[in-house]
Design a protein around this ligand. Sequence first.
Ligand code: NAP
Ligand code: ZN
Ligand code: ZN
Length: 350
Amino acid sequence: MSTAAAYAVSAPDGHFEKLAIERRDLGPNDVLIDVKYAGICHSDIHTARDEWGGARYPCVPGHEIAGLVAAVGSAVTKHAVGDRVGVGCMVDSCGKCEPCLAGEEQYCIPGATMTYNTAVAPELQSNGYTMGGYSTQVVVTEGFVVGIPEGIGLDVAAPLLCAGVTLFSPLRHWNAGPGKKVAIIGMGGLGHVGVKIAAAMGAEVTVLSHSLSKQEDGKRFGAHHYYATSDKQTFRELRGKFDLILNTVSADLPIDDYLRLLALDGTLVILGLPEKPLQVKPFTIAGYRRSLAGSMIGGIAQTQEMLNFCAEHGIGAEIEVISADRIDEAYDRVVASDVRYRFVIDTATM
Ligand code: NAP
Ligand code: ZN
Ligand code: ZN
């Protein structure tokens, strides 16, 4: 076992504090990573504050990890010491079920091992559950470690490991590209990279934000149109318009109002994960043969494809780098939608 510095909360209303945690000795297929940057995803906040239930404490969140390989196990072939690498939301899966065999490990039937808050054997993590990337080091099996191409800084790459692939995956699945009208609801951490990726894919991109305050940024990220959802006229003007709508909002929304913005055969994909059930009128779905769908991150191969795509198109997240002692403040600012557009922790400050 080795020891790493980490930042953890001990209760749903707790504050982040420095903690020494153990990382396992390297197995033959393991990679030890010196974490350089860890993004703050809204899912970290939902978990740390136990908004989804089932949080384990002390809780070390962090699933947008970018760093350098420090050591490799004897059988590792995919990565070498010094490589620039990333780890996203998963650190393992069964490898045998249909989704795993199809490279969709995030839909593993027995359940993927998430980067934090998943029960594991004590030989994998001595406290009995995974602990994430708000830490100086992590040990991850090589198949769940992806390469970060030269040309993207590790700091702006970190958020791509969750936010990037969470948007890239549904954009690819529902064929975003030239001739497709795509709307993105919410321009926060997920939404802003979604705008950049969808625009780079060639789609006509519209942002639906609760105000026009970030309009200039949205246009700079590649959006063609930008509307405020606080204005009722938006819903009249855009009725029946979009082929694909991606909802990244972390709070409850009147989904029927947004479903009505879909064109015939359009799809609205739920990405944001507030805790309350959705309310949808059957008539709204039946009309115009609309689909209401969901999507969860992306598989490992697709995560690599997304990083390569982002490197090729010069896409990184817009970030504010913070020291580890500012995580509490960053959480409050994310919840208040006061983030431009992702906080990233510099682990050198741990
Ligand atoms: P974020 O940075 O906080 O962005 C969420 C955005 O939603 C805000 O910037 C804001 O955009 C909008 N919003 C927030 N509160 C709102 C409200 N009360 N009414 C209307 N709009 C509001 O969060 P994130 O990190 O992007 O994550 C977003 C959600 O996705 C979270 O629930 C997270 O758990 C979930 N998530 C899901 C997956 C997945 O695989 N499906 C992966 C990662 C995260 P505007 O200011 O532009 O309106
Ligand atoms: Zn996330
Ligand atoms: Zn599986």
